[in-house]
Design a protein around this ligand. Structure first.
Ligand code: GP9
Ligand code: MN
Length: 415
């Protein structure tokens, strides 16, 4: 089986792009505060409005003082939030069926917490749900997390709960004070919950209108997105108060879609255009915002490079100055000058700078129209399949066992 790994490693090496050297290490030694934004798609950001009111005013403001990636797609499957975690902590694809958190929790991984531990980092996850949800307790061990602050670490009352549990504002406030107790530098992930289907919210917490359509789901969605935005604002203020803001890199990403294709008619009403399979694919874009106080506020950038959640880790690692050239990962630095503009979805759909391929149809990206002659898409169809198969192989055969063994042998030889 280690021969399989060699073949995959060769593919990975051949596809590695030189990370951007000017960006390298600009956030070196800082705390990392990753925030997983529940069910947040791009169509509610970047100035989007409902009845003339901005839906995410705070995040938009923050994005204007950050590196704001506007063409990053989620690549999750049935594992939803956990798949997004898997992608961002490993730069491997989640599985085509089931959730890797359930099927392979005991695998050997080489996740970010483990890599950063060598640089003196402590790591922690903050999420106000039961620790066993998505098997997180087991998987976080395998990823090398030092601490998991689950629901038992939070004060939760009926007044501070809605839907799935603790409301985001309370969650963030308590998270900031728990975070303060961590040794620094730390790598952390905070997972929000309020903007989760069915997007329930009490009247008092609603600071934007509901939408008016045949979809109660979409109608509610705007109110919980806006609530989450208010909560993020408070979080940043709490981080400032706790003295954790200045010396951190704060990264927001959307975990997966919130509005499924079942609501296409209502979505069309909101967007003012038909939701074709092409549009549907474009709706899978999620926020990826990197805020580095003292750096990105002085020199913000909007980046329209095509990428996916798989690229989040290599991008952040390069900003931290951590070399990942020997890592078995499928993503690449989004700032790299020789990136291939190409991103694969878990179902084999993909997006390039010129084409969108979904449902076996090749679309011209600039017009959204199907291309009769599929040959333009063909090389990418094969590449997409190959990449997903290799990633699956790593997971199903637990191949990183061999990677780590080789690594250790090498270290021993160098002694
Ligand atoms: C539950 C939260 C939401 O802990 O992560 O899960 P989801 O249904 O989005 O995967
Ligand atoms: Mn989720």
């Amino acid at each position: 089986d280690s021969t399989n790994l060699t073949e995959i490693e060769n593919y990975v090496k051949a596809n590695k792009k030189e990370p951007n050297q000017e960006m390298k290490g600009i956030a070196e030694g800082r705390n990392v505060i990753m925030v997983s934004l529940e069910s947040t798609q791009n169509f509610v950001l970047n100035g989007a409005e409902l009845n003339g009111q901005e839906i995410s005013p705070y995040l938009n403001d923050l994005a204007d003082k950050s590196y704001n990636f506007t063409n990053v797609y989620h690549q999750t499957g049935q594992g939803k939030t956990s798949d997004a975690e898997f992608l961002t902590d490993n730069s491997l694809y989640p599985l085509g069926r089931g959730a890797v958190f359930f099927t392979n929790p005991d695998n050997k991984f080489n996740a970010t917490p483990e890599i950063l531990k060598e640089k003196g980092y402590t790591s922690a996850v903050f999420h106000a749900n039961n620790k066993s949800f998505w098997n997180r307790d087991l998987v976080y061990n395998a990823f090398g997390y030092d601490h998991f602050y689950d629901v038992d670490s939070y004060k939760v009352t009926p007044e501070t709960s809605v839907g799935w549990g603790l409301k985001d504002k309370e969650f963030f406030e308590q998270t900031a004070s728990l975070m303060k107790e961590l040794p620094q530098p730390f790598y952390s992930k905070s997972i929000t919950l309020t903007n989760h289907f069915p997007f329930e919210l009490s009247e008092d917490d609603q600071t934007i209108d509901k939408f008016d359509s045949n979809s109660k789901t979409l109608n509610n969605y705007f109110t919980t997105v806006k609530y989450q935005d208010d909560a993020v604002k408070q979080f940043i203020e709490s981080l400032k108060k706790e003295g954790l803001y200045e010396n951190s890199i704060i990264v927001f990403y959307g975990d997966h879609y919130g509005i499924s294709e079942n609501h296409n008619e209502a979505m069309a009403k909101y967007l003012g255009k038909e939701v074709t399979p092409f549009e549907s694919q474009q709706l899978q874009r999620v926020p990826f915002i990197v805020h580095i106080p003292g750096v990105t506020d002085k020199n913000p950038k909007e980046i329209d490079t095509v990428g996916g959640q798989i690229d989040i880790r290599p991008t952040v690692m390069n900003l931290l100055g951590v070399d990942s050239k020997d890592k078995v990962e499928f993503g690449n630095d989004l700032f790299s000058k020789d990136r291939l503009p190409f991103t694969v979805m878990r179902d084999g759909s993909f997006v390039t700078d010129k084409y969108v391929y979904t449902g076996n149809v090749c679309y011209d990206k600039s017009t959204g129209q199907p291309i009769e002659d599929k040959t333009a898409c063909e090389p990418y169809i094969a590449k997409a399949k190959k990449e997903l198969d290799y990633s699956d192989k790593i997971i199903y055969s637990d191949l990183l066992r061999f990677y780590n063994k080789e690594d250790q042998n090498e270290k021993q030889e160098n002694k």
